[in-house]
Design a protein around this ligand. Structure first.
Ligand code: ADP
Length: 217
């Protein structure tokens, strides 16, 4: 399992570090605020009160041994950038950073961090998409306007077959699987009949998925 450093344990950093722990990784959490560190200390591999812009403090914590670091000091542009520069000088390859403003994003992309995260914007877009397609439980963009989506089957389309559901888009959408309670059905035939509360996973183009949306909700 991996070893991660999470720097800045506000709402975002603490949620990310707890999830990394839950996934079985080891996490070194760092925050300048002792109260915040004390609240989470017993749930992380190591939690330390330190200024993340202090090179010696980071080295003492053995951050150099981490596979990846997540810098989540969104509110403090200066601290975030200084810390990223330190992590880069320690040769940490995978550096993900939470950004809060356009200038912050520009500087981070110039200094070559692996991934810049905008949680509010990214979440806002997801929520808007979920609001407009409430039957879509989860989705993942796989590029070139292609998506994998998980759809909850409601009353409206229970009892219809996959062939019927996908009739005019069968060449642009592939049914991947259906989960019915604890059973997974793979290699779905066109004659497969959907039942209420099934989870249907489809892969296809955004346009084709939009075509069948009115049939689902
Ligand atoms: P959120 O919106 O996720 O709560 P914040 O940007 O408010 O995020 O949280 C940033 C966290 O980073 C705070 O807990 C703050 O104490 C911490 N922080 C700010 N500056 C430093 C620093 N120089 N070194 C370590 N931690 C810092």
């Amino acid at each position: 399992m991996g070893q991660f450093a999470v720097i800045g344990l506000g709402r975002f950093g603490s949620a990310a570090s707890l999830e990394l722990m839950r996934l079985g990784h080891s996490v070194i959490g760092v925050d300048i605020n002792a109260k915040i560190v004390n609240q989470i200390a017993d749930q992380l591999t190591l939690a330390a009160v330190a200024d993340a812009t202090d090179e010696h403090a980071l080295k003492d914590l053995n951050i150099t041994a981490c596979d990846a670091a997540l810098v989540a000091m969104g509110e403090s542009l200066e601290a975030s950038i200084l810390c990223v520069l330190l992590l880069k000088s320690m040769d940490i390859k995978e550096i993900w950073v939470k950004a809060t403003s356009k200038p912050h994003h520009t500087i981070l992309s110039r200094i070559g961090v692996s991934r810049i995260i905008h949680p509010e914007e990214e979440m806002g877009m997801k929520v808007a998409q979920s609001l407009s397609y409430p039957m879509v439980n989860q989705y993942m963009s796989i590029g070139h306007s292609l998506y994998v989506v998980e759809i909850k089957i409601t009353e409206k389309c229970q009892g219809i077959s996959i062939a019927e559901l996908l009739k005019e888009v069968k060449d642009s959408i592939d049914p991947l699987l259906v989960r019915r309670k604890k059973t997974i059905f793979k290699r779905i035939e066109p004659s497969f009949t959907l039942e209420m509360d099934d989870s249907l996973v489809l892969a296809g183009s955004l346009n084709a998925l939009k075509t069948i949306a009115p049939r689902l909700a």
